[in-house]
Design a protein around this ligand. Structure first.
Ligand code: ADP
Length: 637
């Protein structure tokens, strides 16, 4: 028998769980029962598909695999003695006749943390966050939570299709062992040696209460085996008898009629299924009848899943066919931008042995999927209209993924445009495009927006003064993806969206006469700057919209902005360099001095400083920061 070391992350996780979740240690039972239920799901699916796939070479026979037919979970316990704990330990055993684990699966699943998202999460936690049990609870601590109540755990498992069993043993510090063992049927027994503080879990009532509280909805029966005293007629104890009793309702919640379910039932189901300590923001339970028949139950978590932006994020929607779990592969079930939605889809029409691979091309699946998206989007809209306070909470968490939808889901773009929200110069909170349009001035040509920085930076941008003066509202797009999003929106209900840092936006504000005048009067100023800056700029324009600054950077209508170029460079995608356009304020005293000067080297330095400081004001590093500093220094001198 070989002693093996846990991977460092496991040790870290163990430490974290044991120290932060101590006040909720009973959740270990929920975690183990939910693992057992997953293992039963997997076996059920295997059995259904084994007949049609040559992959296992195992016939679809429960007997051959040494498992009895009823898929179930069994919990039993032994009451030990506190005095001589070693000889008579208190134990709790959770057994399932599910898919089981092979030797290497035991090693992989229980010796390492399989999900790299969890690893990244652990790394990113600050000490204060580690002390926050709500946060830890949010990501579902899984199997290792068992070490909060025990000093030793044995996992005896026999995998489906195998006649060998293995025993994994660990005391939860830094190592574990795996050895061959014997086990009659397929499945897994988890034997927990309760430590002296936690012997109270070896109790019929405690277990029953916890299962009812946390695992009542598990779709498989959970049996509890316990011993009861036998009595004679005069109530004298005559011996003991072993009883087994089902302690959960074993009914898939979503199959029950909506009218029978209370908000609390949904919330409990959600919290226990997704290890979330907070109830969902809202949920949506739909029974569709007609050409395609299915049930869906969707939840919107109160907080966006912490790993939503990790590349290996798994969405929380599971597909069932007639109550049989099939897959939780997100790509088929809901589009990527709705990955924050959790819940189930249960179809009556898909074939039970539908393979995960062909789902993608399945017509029924795609019609369920598009109906589900429509349903979700219209629910979001309903909430926006009827419960603005709730919608604000929703937007605070999910505005960004909805915006991703604008360029991922063309078919639903009109609906998504009603759902996304932006900051604005006209209101304190969020605004919709519809509300902006409502506020537009009679002669206003476009919807104006500005991108490229935080709320504070954008709100104070010198580019806004011309709009402020005219009482025109500008949307402040503060998300880093807004740059792509705004470009892909193009128009909202016939009205064009224009970035105020683009040359065509300002043209909107001027009459043809004004444009002509600005051009004539500005020609010599522009020429002066162009000569001084050479190929550092694409163009120089003179404008009358700026106040209190010498110049700003703008871009032509179809060019990428400097921020966008910066974003692409950061993603390792160069090749779209476009030089900035400098928009100069002809009324600015410093600009006037430059134009009036006869000192060529002063003009060169000063024009260059004007350009670089305009870049800096928009958060863009000048090409040559050292040169900028020395020029600035020379000018100050
Ligand atoms: P999670 O359930 O979030 O994946 P866990 O730490 O609880 O994380 O479990 C790790 C893995 O161990 C599971 O993904 C599963 O593959 C395996 N596992 C745990 N319990 C069982 C069980 N009773 N039967 C089969 N496999 C199991």
């Amino acid at each position: 028998m070989q002693q093996k070391q846990f991977k460092t992350e496991v040790s870290d996780l163990l430490h974290l769980i044991i120290h932060s979740l101590y006040s909720h240690k009973e959740i270990f039972l929920r975690e183990l029962v939910s693992n057992a239920s997953d293992a039963l799901d997997k076996l059920k699916y295997k059995r259904l598909t084994a007949g049609t796939s040559a992959e296992n070479g195992v016939e679809n026979s429960a007997e051959k695999n040494g498992s009895d037919d009823e898929l179930k979970i069994n919990i039993s316990y032994t009451e030990g003695s506190n005095e001589a704990e070693k000889e008579a330990p208190w134990t709790l055993t959770i057994s399932d006749n599910g898919i089981g684990m092979t030797e290497s699966e035991l090693e992989e699943n229980l010796g390492t943390i399989a999900h790299s998202g969890t690893k990244a999460f652990l790394k990113s936690l600050t000490d204060a966050q580690k002390a926050d049990s709500n946060l830890i609870g949010q990501f579902g601590v899984g199997f290792y939570s068992v070490f909060m109540v025990s000093d030793r755990v044995e996992v005896i498992s026999r995998a489906y299709g195998s006649d060998k069993a293995f025993k994994w043993t660990s005391e939860g510090r830094d190592s574990y062992t795996i050895e061959e063992a014997s086990k009659s049927g397929v499945g897994t027994d988890i034997v927990i040696y309760l430590n002296s503080d936690n012997t109270n879990f070896a109790s019929r009532w405690r277990i029953e209460d916890l299962v009812k509280e946390y695992s009542n909805h598990i779709a498989y029966p959970i049996y509890l085996t316990y011993e009861e005293n036998k009595y004679d007629d005069k109530y004298n104890v005559t011996g003991k008898e072993t009883k087994t009793e089902q302690i959960n309702s074993a009914e898939a919640l979503w199959t029950r009629p909506k009218s029978e379910l209370k908000e609390e039932d949904y919330n409990d189901f959600y919290k226990n299924s997704y290890s979330d300590t907070e109830k969902p923001l809202f949920y949506l339970h739909t029974k569709a009848e007609g050409t395609t028949e299915y049930t869906s139950l969707f939840f919107i978590p109160a907080k966006a899943p912490f790993d939503m932006y990790h590349s290996d994020y798994k969405s929380g929607v599971k597909l069932y066919v007639k109550r049989v779990y099939i897959t939780d592969d997100d790509k088929e079930l809901l589009p990527v931008y709705l990955r924050f939605v959790r819940g189930i889809i249960d179809s009556e029409d898909l074939p039970l042995n539908v393979s995960r691979e062909i789902l993608q091309q399945n017509r029924i699946m795609s019609s369920i999927r598009s109906a589900s998206v429509k349903k979700l989007l219209s629910e979001f809209r309903k909430i926006a209209e009827q419960n603005p306070e709730l919608y604000d909470k929703f937007i605070a968490e999910y505005n960004r993924p909805l915006k991703e939808g604008l360029y991922q889901d063309y078919a639903n773009r009109d609906d998504l445009l009603e759902l996304v929200r932006f900051r604005s110069t006209a209101v304190d909170g969020w605004t919709s495009l519809a509300a902006y349009k409502e506020r537009m001035k009679a002669d206003q040509k476009s919807i104006y927006y500005i991108t490229g920085g935080s709320y504070e930076i954008l709100k104070n941008s010198p580019l806004l003064s011309a709009y402020k003066e005219r009482g025109i509202e500008v949307l402040l797009m503060t998300d880093d993806i807004d740059e792509f999003v705004s470009g892909s929106i193009g128009r909202y209900k016939e009205t064009e969206l224009k970035a105020v840092n683009r040359t065509d936006a300002i043209d909107d504000l001027m009459t043809d006469d004004e444009k002509k005048k600005a051009k004539e009067e500005g020609e010599s100023v522009a020429k002066r700057f162009k000569d001084a800056l050479g190929d550092r700029v694409k163009d120089v324009r003179v404008s009358a919209r700026l106040r209190d600054v010498s110049a700003v950077i703008v871009a032509d209508a179809n060019d990428p902005t400097m921020q966008m170029q910066q974003l692409f460079r950061a993603m390792g995608q160069g090749g779209m360099e476009v030089k900035p356009i400098l928009e100069v304020n002809a009324e600015d005293p410093f600009v006037k001095r430059i134009c009036e000067s006869n000192d060529d080297s002063f003009v060169k330095d000063a024009a260059s400083v004007v350009l670089d400081s305009a870049l800096l004001a928009q958060g863009i590093m000048p090409e040559n920061p050292a040169e900028f500093a020395s020029r600035l220094h020379a000018l100050l001198g």
